[in-house]
Design a protein around this ligand. Structure first.
Ligand SMILES: C[S@@+](CC[C@H](N)C(=O)[O-])C[C@H]1O[C@@H](n2cnc3c(N)ncnc32)[C@H](O)[C@@H]1O
Length: 457
């Protein structure tokens, strides 16, 4: 078997001129880093600065210098470590006879990168071991080079057997998150959620129309709720219909809240927190007239590019939804609120390690403010659709229950199971949408989502 990742990047070698104006440009004499070295830096940014992997990549000059292939490999390494970190740490604790001193956790991270390659990505040992050991080749880590080498060689020799008693996916869940999910969904479901997080995510698409035809053209599965599903790792830009804007990438669960609104033809909708526009595009495709609001200019550019690609138009507003107000109240406000996004750990396993109970508290407060602001933007008799991609009840069920207790102008318009044929289990007794990553496990799962429909009296 050949190793696609056994040599240093051929891209960005010494002396290669950088494009003028490249903000990540570095002096041409600097020595380019290997994908594994960059992965080690990215892992540090995730764990120490609590950055999402994409954000860590965005600000990293060495990452910018890698070839596309090495960029993918560096990211894959970090995501694989994040996905299995609890299991890896349990094994490392067992194999490291003495915890390293004064290494700022680097030896553990190097070992994690080695395990990611040997155990999960099945990178050939000659590259995985040799080049990973090199990461410990400089001061102050070089005294641990032998230890790293010995541990990785043992893992290569003994393989999966070393993980026999470390298969419980709960090991990868932070205790505070486990406590919350167990209390909210029960132990069996919490474990199924953890299992889904380890399994990763498929590529789901929402099509503008002709879903059956597109399913056939793309060789995709048509899910009961209308989304199309392709295997994990399918490359998007090369797929037929992407450039022509016939479909967009959207997890099957993320597509449900707008579907649950029913017929929106001719209705005015304010899409608050709209970027990058998945739900905006759904609303427009369903016949609504949409004002898309987001406070992040860069993300709004992505929204506009998405609208351009699929040939749709919306009024696009860069503003803070807490203070912005429309000239005229809308029929519907869709609030896809900023949240901890713990429902998307399948795609972004690092969230497990960068979120904290304090984030849940702070974001729940922000969501409440945005919900109250939404009330000012919708006409009497109009609807507010509140959505989060969080598994935490504070950002879902408890948020809405608290709001309904406090705000007399609002009432719940419950969803009913008949609204969601094929996924009835996602409609709760209270009439909320509650998707869990463990649903449709045999089909490849889905993101965790919550939605509630409120009426302004
Ligand atoms: C969950 S994402 C939205 C995803 C989007 N609705 C979709 O379907 O593609 C949350 C968005 O909220 C935006 N945001 C966060 N706080 C905001 C605020 N106070 N006002 C407006 N937008 C905000 C972020 O910039 C981010 O784009």
């Amino acid at each position: 078997m050949t190793d696609r990742f056994s040599s240093k990047s051929a891209h960005g070698r010494n002396g290669r001129a950088r494009k003028p104006g490249n903000p990540n440009a570095r002096p041409t004499t600097a020595r380019p880093k290997s994908a594994r070295q960059v992965a080690l830096t990215l892992l540090g940014a995730v764990m120490d600065k609590h950055l999402a992997v994409d954000d860590a990549c965005f600000g990293n000059r060495d990452f910018a210098d890698l070839s596309d292939r090495d960029k993918s490999f560096a990211k894959l390494l970090v995501l694989t470590v994040a996905r299995h970190m609890g299991q890896m740490n349990a094994l490392i604790d067992r194999l490291l006879q003495e915890p390293p001193e004064g290494d700022k956790g680097q030896v553990r991270r190097i070992l994690q990168l080695g395990l990611a390659q040997l155990v999960y990505l099945k990178t050939p040992a000659h590259a995985a071991v040799g080049q990973t050991v090199e990461l410990a080749g400089r001061k102050p880590l070089f005294r641990y080079k032998g230890v790293v080498n010995a541990i990785l060689r043992r893992v290569d020799r003994e393989g999966d057997a070393l993980f026999d008693d470390l298969s419980d996916p709960k090991l990868n869940v932070r205790p505070w998150a486990w406590k919350s999910w167990e209390a909210a969904y029960g132990e069996t479901t919490a474990r199924a959620i953890a299992t889904a997080h380890v399994a990763g995510a498929t590529l789901d698409l929402t099509v503008k129309d002709d879903a059956d035809d597109w399913a056939e053209t793309l060789g995709a599965d048509r899910l009961p709720t209308g989304s199309l599903r392709l295997p994990a790792g399918t490359a998007v830009p090369g797929l037929e219909g992407y450039k022509a804007g016939h479909w967009w990438v959207q997890d099957a669960a993320a597509a449900l809240p707008v579907k649950l609104l029913g017929d929106v033809t001719g209705k005015t909708v304010i899409d608050l927190c709209a970027a990058p526009g998945g739900k905006t595009m759904q609303l427009i495709a369903a016949g609504a007239s949409v004002t898309a609001v987001d406070r992040h200019g860069g993300r709004l550019k992505r929204l506009q590019a998405n609208l351009d690609r699929v040939g749709q138009r919306a009024q696009v507003v860069e503003a803070d939804a807490e203070t912005w107000r429309p000239e005229k109240p809308a029929d519907i406000v869709l609030l896809d609120a900023p949240c901890t996004a713990t429902g998307t750990i399948r795609r972004h396993p690092e969230l497990q390690w960068i979120r904290s109970p304090n984030d849940v508290k702070e974001l729940a407060e922000l969501q409440r403010k945005l919900l109250l602001a939404s009330l000012d933007m919708v006409r009497p008799g109009g609807e507010i659709l509140y959505v989060t991609c969080s598994l935490q009840p504070e950002e879902g069920e408890a948020q809405i229950a608290g709001l309904l207790d406090a705000v007399v102008e609002l009432s719940l318009k419950p969803f009913v199971k008949a609204d969601l044929p094929g996924l009835e289990e996602a409609i709760t007794d209270h009439g909320y949408l509650r998707c869990l990553p463990s649903y449709w496990a045999e089909k490849g799962g889905m993101d965790g989502f919550f939605a509630a429909r409120l009426i302004r009296k």
